[in-house]
Write a protein of this length. Sequence first.
Length: 346
Amino acid sequence: MAYRQDGYRVAVIGATGNVGREILSILAERDFPAREVIALASDRSAGQEISFGEDQVLKVQSLETFDFTGTDIALSSPGAKVSAVHAPRAGKAGCVVIDNTSQFRMDPDVPLVVPEVNPEAIAGFRTKGIIANPNCSTIQMVVALKPLHAAFGIRRVVVSTYQSTSGGGKSAMDELFNQTRGIFMNQPWRDHQAKFTKQIAFNAIPHIDVFMDDGATKEEWKMNVETRKILDPKIKVHANCARIPSFIGHAEYINIETEKPIDAESARTVLRAAEGVTVVDHRQDEGYVTPAECAGEDPVYVSRIRDDATVDNGLSFWCVSDNLRKGAALNTVQIAEVLCRDYLDA
């Protein structure tokens, strides 16, 4: 299959937010075959100008009044409540929505897609005209798990995440910045509390999203159910999610148990050959990748691969990725690339 020669009309919903701006940047970087790109946001942002590529400027239009007729694809990241209203509206107008919110992820009629893992699921967009982008922490994990599952058969996953404040949006990043500065100015951290339940500067908070009846947070629940929908419903997943005082880049320690025998060297070989994964695993100082180093990068980085001798067929590894890129914007654009190349009429 090939891209349509005259290109595609693309809308970016939530264009003024962190992820929306990143989507626009990546569309330009990857030379996406768009004949027109439209920036959409709320009424209060309408009329603003936003950069697209090195020398183009787009004027933001109102999402509330925009007519999606004639628009091929919408890359959407406006928040779940907004998506609940406007994604179905766009879909009915014949526009395929790739939605980055949590609104449609577990809808059985909406495919949940990571292109390196389950690109074939994209075909399911025809039911509602919507494709869901998974949670940022789930995306990087399943990119690393896919080749291991194919080679060894994963039975169980235990993951502990160390997630940056950008996962909570611009206000969360601002809170980290203002609290950090305030501490050095002898200001109480509560003077700069807006989003987090406890101090985020120089701290770690074992709480992301709301608590559920079983004691898990919704972020932990998402990693469980999304992994099984994307990768394999038989895999058991136990997640522990924490917010740490960094701006960009999520880190995860992942422990797996497999059906077939596995060891660090064989896992390293499999991961080095995997699409979307970069292995940096040297058992020495600086022989691993940290969240600060993955900011602005596309791959999922894997380090600290080692055997887990406490169980049969056990393995642990460290996994980091830029949550705004691969965890959101890049994955969205990659879905759009596959959609245009293989499913929309050339």
